[in-house]
Ligand binder design. Structure first.
Ligand SMILES: *Cc1c(COP(=O)(O)O)cnc(C)c1O
Length: 357
């Protein structure tokens, strides 16, 4: 389904770190990766973490999200942003998405805000930017924190600005199937020096910077290793090529399949990076089976969060029309950067065979 692009450059960066002996999180390479990645998105500070979920947990913890607080999260997402709210005993308030950008629906968000609401976690789903300007306006108007989950959208843009440049804190994942990878890994980026320092302390067991082994808060070990950061540095040099290739693949699929199924396109005001190129059809389940028989691995869209047993009690809204619909019709096609034109043609031909019969 996904193949990371790991080459000579990655081998060399990792070898350098291995030979230097700086393999832990104390490696200067971690600092370098934090600086270069946060600059790439356009933020001042980066805090690298062990994975994307620990990045999100670090963000909600640094913002003081705790028991009694409510945090607005989308109903259609990978589950991490919902779980990190629960780790802190706060309440995730699941809200439906909208159909154009696949992100939180600003109008529906407005309706669920209460005195207890502290933050909104916006997810940019499958590479599409959510309506982040509109959501940021709501957050500012209501005095809420805004967290962006950009784990699926490194380099995507809304109104010409990269996603990750809007949130009080924005979180990324560098898991092996994300746009760039460190194997496992993540990062929080922010412009706030205060949040930057808080996150650094929480990431490192809550240890004060002034006095070793002196802990004033309960922290975690969410650190990234030098080995991971070395991989990240090599990947970061190629990120624009990966994005260009992802968009080329999307264009090929759009041209081949645009009148056969509903295909993922750039949403209004947005530039998608088409993380896992997606199509929608009533015949989705048959298509999955048929493509599987032809050696093509695909993936169905995420399930709506509110239907799964740990989360049903957080479905305050009774209607999740769009997340339910997209979840039942959506399918991710192979779209990793090294996918060839021949393979895209073959996959498209097989899709046409089923849809037209
Ligand atoms: C991948 C992903 C995460 C979590 O990242 P990990 O590195 O696997 O912990 C969080 N949110 C979204 C939307 C993701 O796709």
């Amino acid at each position: 389904m996904y193949k990371p692009e790991i080459g000579k450059e990655e081998e060399e960066e990792i070898l350098k770190v291995v030979r230097s002996g700086w393999i832990s999180s104390a490696s200067p390479v971690v600092r370098e990766f934090e600086e270069k990645f946060s600059n790439y998105i356009g933020r001042r500070y980066g805090v690298a973490t062990s994975n994307g979920t620990t990045a999100l947990h670090l963000a909600v913890t640094a913002l003081g999200i705790k028991e009694g607080d409510e945090v607005i999260v989308p109903d259609l997402t990978f589950v991490s942003p919902v779980n990190v709210v629960l780790y802190n005993k706060a309440k995730p308030v699941l809200v439906d998405i909208e159909e154009e950008n696949w992100g939180l629906d600003p109008e529906k968000v407005r309706k669920v805000i209460t005195d207890k609401t502290k933050a909104i976690i916006v997810v940019h789903l499958y590479g599409n930017p959510a309506k982040i300007t509109e959501l940021k306006e709501i957050a500012e108007e209501k005095g809420l924190y805004l967290i962006e989950d950009c784990a699926e959208a490194h380099g995507a843009e809304y109104e010409g600005k990269k996603v990750g440049s809007f949130g009080d804190i924005s979180c990324f994942s560098f898991y092996a199937n994300k746009i760039i990878t460190t194997g496992e890994g993540g990062m929080c980026i922010t412009d706030s020096e205060e949040l930057y320092e808080k996150m650094q302390i929480l990431r490192d067991h809550g240890m004060t910077k002034e006095k070793r082994y002196w802990h004033e808060v309960i922290g975690y070990n969410y650190r990234m290793t030098g080995l991971q950061a070395a991989l990240g540095l090599a990947q970061l040099r190629k990120i624009d090529n990966f994005i260009r290739r992802k968009r080329e693949i999307a264009k090929l699929y759009q041209d081949l399949l645009g009148d056969v199924v509903i295909v993922q396109r750039d949403p209004p005001k947005g530039k998608s990076i088409f993380w896992l190129f997606s199509v929608f059809t009533e015949k989705r389940d048959r298509l999955v089976e048929y493509l599987g028989l032809n050696g093509i691995e695909t993936r169905k869209f995420f399930y709506p969060v509110h239907v799964m047993s740990p989360y049903t009690i957080f479905a305050y809204e009774k209607r999740f029309d769009i997340s339910t619909k997209l979840s039942s019709l959506g399918l991710n096609l192979p779209s990793y950067p090294s996918l060839t034109i021949e393979e895209i043609n073959y996959i498209s031909t097989k899709i046409k065979e089923i849809i037209r019969n």
